[in-house]
Ligand binder design. Structure first.
Ligand code: NAD
Length: 498
């Protein structure tokens, strides 16, 4: 009998009602748990409890709220390995990689600890005779977060700490493919002293997402996942009158100019392309090589050589650098895209299709793969979300920028060069929300905000940092007059006040 992963509703665990969804270990293909799918009644009960808890939580002083966030930080640090083990078991990424995502999530908790400073408003004395104006930000109410499988702890931590710091309640709907970390996060919030109902976890699939997007008791929806679902969530929840930020998929390009240190660039490309089996929204999946045939051949050769050395296997082995992909469907789709690319004339410079891991023959492993393809190839045109790097060519920097900007996504983009002028030209022209110069995965640290452009973000607010705080709060501007006795009475003209 496998374990059942429960909801956390008003501080209580429950797996009542609803159907069950199997959770598999991607390294073996075996079902290791099942997760309960919430019913409409459970969503109603969760939102009602969140509303009640939020009204009280919003009245809690900023110092008391900050104390909970500091305690959450301590909990996350103390129990990092426990959370990482859950992530690694259900997702398949290595333990150090799972610990890394918790460390990046911690940055947002630390940023949120500064809420007494972050929530300070503005004040203008004497905007008119005897009149002062001040502004501040109020919580929005009940906020929902719908998150993807690839960062089961970090992406919820992009959202919940700031929403809660600002005085909201937060309802998390994690990916049904690796839902365990969300439940541990609920434990950590509770151990940090957060009142019941302020942070809840509800599991489920597409039907629960749609119910969240249209639920009248939910005020905001933060979504991170694939582009078609991001677009759907944005349309549905906006149509229901909610504030929405919906982050979608990506095809992040790295441009390598001939003046770059090719060996150094190749090392970064291997780490950014094959880390977490290529299942990062900021993974590099397209390489735009600029240079003569010899230079491009040297780059391809260096990436292939380093990629071939990557140790692939189950995350339970400490020597492993890259785990499996998330599902059997994902593996077959990736293999099909590589087959199609080859049939269409692409060169397979490194082939991960035949990789087998001893003792894990039913695991969803794909080895690091390197293709040299044209921009017409599906391998270049689609987000693969697997360990496949596709190299295309551009004649010069301008051509490379045109290529990057021609794609439908605009999450991250990177350039490898030793020329400051080329880097500056690239950074200013490229249509991406996050740009790296000799940095392949330019994920902003917690005090900045994360977000892409075009099909990588629907809605106009990025997540975390100051933009995240704005998303989870609403401005109020107060204008007040306190007449003093003896002063002339205010005019009561019917004209517009000036
Ligand atoms: P996904 O879109 O399949 O799932 C994301 C969430 O949406 C899950 O909670 C899932 O239950 C729900 N969902 C899935 N299908 C749905 C449907 N038809 N209707 C309503 N809800 C649905 O994404 P995933 O496979 O879990 O994650 C990988 C994708 O997420 C990639 O495309 C990746 O680029 C993207 N991603 C983007 C970012 C970013 O910051 N832009 C970050 C992480 C992941």
């Amino acid at each position: 009998m496998s374990a059942t992963i429960e909801h956390v509703i008003a501080g209580r665990r429950s797996a009542d009602g609803g159907r069950r969804i199997p959770v598999t270990d991607p390294a073996t293909g075996a079902v290791i748990a099942e997760v309960a799918a919430a019913t409409a009644e459970q969503l109603d009960a969760t939102v009602a409890a969140a509303r009640t808890a939020q009204e009280k939580w919003a009245q809690t002083s900023l110092t008391a709220r900050a104390a909970v966030l500091f305690a959450l930080r301590d909990q996350l640090v103390a129990r990092r390995d426990e959370v990482a083990a859950v992530i690694s078991r259900e997702h398949g990424k290595t333990l150090p990689d799972a610990q890394g995502e918790i460390t990046r999530g911690l940055e947002i908790v630390e940023f949120a600890c500064g809420l007494p400073h972050l929530l300070k408003g503005e004040y203008a004395d004497q905007v008119s005779t005897g009149v002062d104006t001040y502004s501040y930000r109020e919580p929005v109410g009940v906020c929902a977060g719908i998150t993807p499988f690839n960062f089961p702890a970090m992406v919820p931590l992009w959202m919940a700490p700031l929403a809660i710091a600002a005085g909201n309640a937060f309802v998390l709907k994690p990916s049904e493919r690796d839902p365990g970390a969300a439940v541990v996060l609920a434990d950590l919030f509770a151990a940090a002293g957060l009142p019941d109902g302020v942070f809840s976890v509800l599991h489920g699939g597409a039907e629960l997402v749609d119910a969240i997007c249209t639920h009248p008791g939910i005020d905001t929806v933060s979504f991170v996942g694939s582009t078609p679902v991001a677009q759907h969530v944005h349309a549905l929840a906006s149509g229901a009158g909610k504030r929405v930020q919906a982050l979608g998929g990506a095809k992040n390009h790295a441009v390598v100019l001939p003046d770059a240190d090719l060996d150094e660039a190749a090392g970064h490309l291997v780490a950014a392309g094959y880390g977490s089996a290529g299942q990062r929204c900021m993974a590099i999946s397209a390489v735009v090589a600029v240079g003569d045939d010899d230079q491009v051949a040297r780059l391809v050769g260096a990436v292939a050589e380093k990629g071939r050395a990557v140790v692939v296997g189950p995350s339970s082995r400490s020597d492993v650098e890259m785990g499996p992909v998330i599902s059997a469907e994902s593996r077959s789709r990736i293999l099909q895209i590589i087959d199609e690319a080859e049939a269409g004339g692409a060169t397979v410079a490194l082939d991960g299709r035949e990789l087998r891991v001893d003792g894990h023959e039913d695991g969803y492993f794909v080895g690091p793969t390197l293709l040299e393809a044209t921009t017409e190839s599906r391998a270049y045109r689609e987000e693969i979300f697997g360990p496949v790097l596709t190299v295309v060519r551009a004649p010069d920097l301008a051509g490379a920028i045109d290529l990057v900007n021609a794609g439908p996504w605009g999450n991250g983009a990177a350039i490898f060069t030793s020329s400051g002028a080329a880097a500056r030209t690239f950074a200013r022209a490229v249509q991406a929300g996050m740009v790296g110069v000799n940095v392949p995965i330019p994920v902003p640290t917690g005090a900045f905000s994360f977000g892409g452009r075009k099909a990588s973000l629907f809605g106009d607010t990025h997540v975390y940092g100051v933009e995240g705080l704005h998303f989870y709060t609403r401005a109020k501007v107060m204008t007040s007059r306190w007449p003093e006795s003896g002063l002339a009475a205010a005019e009561h003209s019917l004209n517009f006040p000036t």
